[in-house]
Design a binder for this molecule. Structure first.
Ligand SMILES: Cc1ncc(COP(=O)(O)O)c(C=O)c1O
Length: 376
């Protein structure tokens, strides 16, 4: 395992490679509890065991090949990515099949997509005729075939075909273009995944999955082979994973979780925290930490203090500070350590070069967040 992120050198001491106690790790530091991570991966894998649909975990959350490898070892069909930067990192790490659940547009990106298609099975989501044509041309120049699925908007109101007619026209074109290989459809029910009421969440997800499957049925009626029908996120894995006709589920956050998903997915554990040091206790009810929004996101919701720590609550984040308000007098003193659970895992992993993998208070491995910052 390299102890530097790809292309970069650490200005301070490199992270530990030998096991060492947490208190020897400088802060702020991104931690992943290894037993909790493995239990989450195992729990999700067990759900998919023996089912028609398979799990293709979204790696935009952790951006870390070492975690993707654990997900593959637990039976995943491949990995989902949002960007080519992530896909390249995963393919080069040996992940055999990567779905880019996003549009890859423009001459620079489509040329790169075609080149990366040499590294393993790479599948990309398309939702316009123009994009299908430019990928076909880039693939032709590179002398490869590019795997394509068509994205359908199943109610989120983001990218994707908005009608069966649009899907049919696009699939027909993809099928005819010489350097594209039509593989199927995807439709992410992002409007459903965070709905707090479980029944309502499942209802919205079923509706979205049914719409996606209806597009797949119409394509089959038109003579197309629809191999992949990909849906779902962590909030809807147990609906999408059971929906007849859905073949793959793109859940990502479940592996490490966050404070937002923790409220609706009690079956998974929060494995990710940011370790911080108390740098100030300016008043009896106030503590200030050495991490701010440059090391933990304020996306979705403010971070939560792990284990409650005597009723401490995050009230403010600035760039390099977190302010905690204390409900009781049991406050951590200056120099003590506190673990925060991020409100959103995906936008927190992206702020760190490495993950400290922790078992029973000991950092046992350090993993580069190899695709961190990879937004291209
Ligand atoms: C296209 C797509 N698929 C799947 C997911 C699922 O991710 P999560 O497991 O975090 O809900 C997302 C999340 O944003 C997404 O954008």
């Amino acid at each position: 395992v390299s102890d530097t992120r790809a292309g970069g050198e650490f200005l301070t001491a490199p992270p530990a490679l030998a096991p060492r106690p947490l208190d020897e790790i400088d802060t702020p530091a991104l931690l992943v509890d290894l037993p909790a991570l493995d239990r989450n991966i195992g729990r999700m894998a067990a759900f998919f065991q023996g089912r028609a649909a398979r799990l293709r975990p979204h790696a935009k959350t952790h951006k870390t090949p070492r975690i993707a490898e654990r997900q593959m070892a637990a039976g995943a069909a491949g990995i989902t990515c949002a960007k080519l930067d992530e896909a390249e990192v995963m393919l080069r790490a040996g992940i055999p099949s990567v779905l880019v659940a996003n549009q890859i547009v423009g001459p620079l990106k489509t040329a790169r997509l075609a080149r990366l298609s040499r590294l393993g099975e790479l599948i990309v989501a398309v939702d316009s005729l123009a994009n299908a044509r430019e990928i076909d041309e880039a693939a032709g120049r590179e002398g490869v075939a590019v795997n394509v699925i068509i994205e359908v908007d199943v109610g989120m109101g983001r990218s994707g075909s908005r009608s069966v007619e649009q899907t049919l026209e696009l699939a027909g074109l993809v099928e005819r273009l010489p350097c594209l290989r039509f593989r199927g459809l995807m439709g992410y029910e992002g409007h459903a995944v965070f709905v707090a009421d479980k029944d309502e969440r499942a209802r919205l997800a079923r509706e979205a999955n049914a719409l996606l499957v209806s597009h797949a049925d119409r394509l089959r009626d038109a003579g197309l082979a629809v191999e992949i029908v990909s849906a779902g996120g962590s909030g809807t894995y147990d609906t999408a994973g059971l929906h007849p006709g859905v073949t793959e589920v793109q859940a990502g956050s479940y592996a490490t979780m966050d404070a937002t998903y923790r409220r609706i997915l009690p079956e998974f554990e929060c494995a990710v925290t940011v370790l911080a040091t108390v740098i100030s206790r300016p008043a009896a009810d106030t503590v200030v930490l050495d991490c701010g929004m440059k090391s933990i996101t304020r996306d979705f919701t403010l971070p939560e203090v792990r284990d409650g720590d005597g009723g401490a609550e995050v009230v403010r984040l600035s760039e390099e500070h977190t302010v905690l308000r204390l409900a009781s007098g049991r406050a951590p003193a200056v120099g003590m350590r506190v673990e925060l659970i991020p409100g959103h895992g995906c936008t927190t992993f992206n702020l760190h070069d490495v993950i400290h993998a922790v078992r029973d208070g000991v950092v046992v491995e350090v993993w580069p967040v190899a695709a961190r910052g990879g937004s291209r």
